[in-house]
Design a protein around this ligand. Structure first.
Ligand SMILES: NC(=O)c1ccc[n+]([C@@H]2O[C@H](COP(=O)([O-])OP(=O)(O)OC[C@H]3O[C@@H](n4cnc5c(N)ncnc54)[C@H](OP(=O)(O)O)[C@@H]3O)[C@@H](O)[C@H]2O)c1
Length: 257
């Protein structure tokens, strides 16, 4: 039985950092790390940067349902046991709903929600007690953000799905963690849509990818279902839950627009 970690969005940013930390043994003993993203070249670069654990690449577009068949087939052929599933592939476009446009709004739902559901469905039959799923939500999933309507809604979906699944799967020893970071300097911000809206929102500041990933791994190993790595975002999350939505959105308009 091969012990495998699967990381989506592994060619860049958070996913790439998960691969690095797995290669350094932060996720316990692994035989292979399977990495998924569209860019074959960048996946190969990530694979060759790993020195301790063997890496297998799957270059595919996760907005296409058939993309999962290659990974599913490999799971069957290898009789693999999935120790970790990291759903990090995702993107967000800033701006009002109409300016983001129908294609990008739909693609955010396909990648940030549908692909996560499909990856979990694919992985669960290969998971055992002790297996862990980490889903990248966002602070925008915990506190809905103006000028990020679809993205916030997709990440709220990921947050709720993760916590419900954690509750459901806990009796069989499989735990699910949602991670809600604030901004990080990754490819996520390279092409954000409405640049002015993105700059306004980024006033909340950035956190370091390395720390987000190490805190997430620690929380997952402890069997927690939620990780908001930034202390001030944990406070903001609690405060936002006490506010009516209209007041929250008015405050965000005043702060970020
Ligand atoms: N960075 C932030 O400020 C921030 C904050 C909160 C939450 N997040 C969340 O964290 C996660 C990771 O984002 P990141 O910061 O690491 O951004 P990133 O550097 O842009 O990485 C995104 C990853 O997703 C892959 N990807 C994009 N579209 C794909 C598709 N259709 N099929 C397969 N793979 C695809 C990209 O690779 P290819 O282009 O090669 O496909 C890349 O590996 C996302 O879910 C994001 O929403 C990010």
């Amino acid at each position: 039985m091969k012990r495998v970690a699967i990381v989506t969005g592994a060619s860049s940013g958070v996913g790439k950092e998960f691969v690095r930390q797995f290669d350094h043994g932060k996720g316990g003993p692994l035989d292979e790390i399977w990495i998924v993203a569209r860019s074959e070249q960048r996946l190969n670069e990530v694979a060759s940067s790993c020195t301790k654990v063997q890496v297998r690449t799957f270059a595919c577009d996760l907005t296409q349902a058939e993309s999962f068949s290659g990974i599913s087939q490999a799971l069957e052929e290898e009789n693999a046991e999935i120790e970790w599933l990291i759903n990090s592939a995702g993107f967000g476009k800033f701006g009002d709903y109409r300016s983001v446009g129908p294609e990008q709004n739909a693609n955010m739902v396909r990648l940030n929600c549908l692909a996560v559901v499909q990856a979990i469905s694919m992985a669960l039959p290969h998971m055992v007690a002790g297996s862990r799923i980490i889903n990248l939500s966002s602070i925008a999933g915990a506190i809905p953000q103006v000028m990020l309507a679809t993205y916030s809604a997709t990440k709220a979906f990921v947050l709720e799905l993760s916590r419900m699944l954690d509750h459901e799967l806990k009796p069989c020893g499989i735990r699910v963690l949602a991670v809600c970071p604030k901004f990080m300097k990754t490819g996520f911000l390279d092409n954000p849509g409405d640049q002015e809206a993105a700059e306004g929102m980024c006033r909340i500041g950035y956190e370091r990818v390395e720390r987000v990933v190490s805190v997430a791994l620690r929380r997952a190993i402890l069997g927690k279902d939620l990780c908001i790595p930034s202390f001030e975002m944990r406070l903001a999350y609690l405060a936002s839950r006490l506010m009516p939505r209209s007041a929250l959105f008015a405050l965000e308009d005043a702060l970020f627009r």
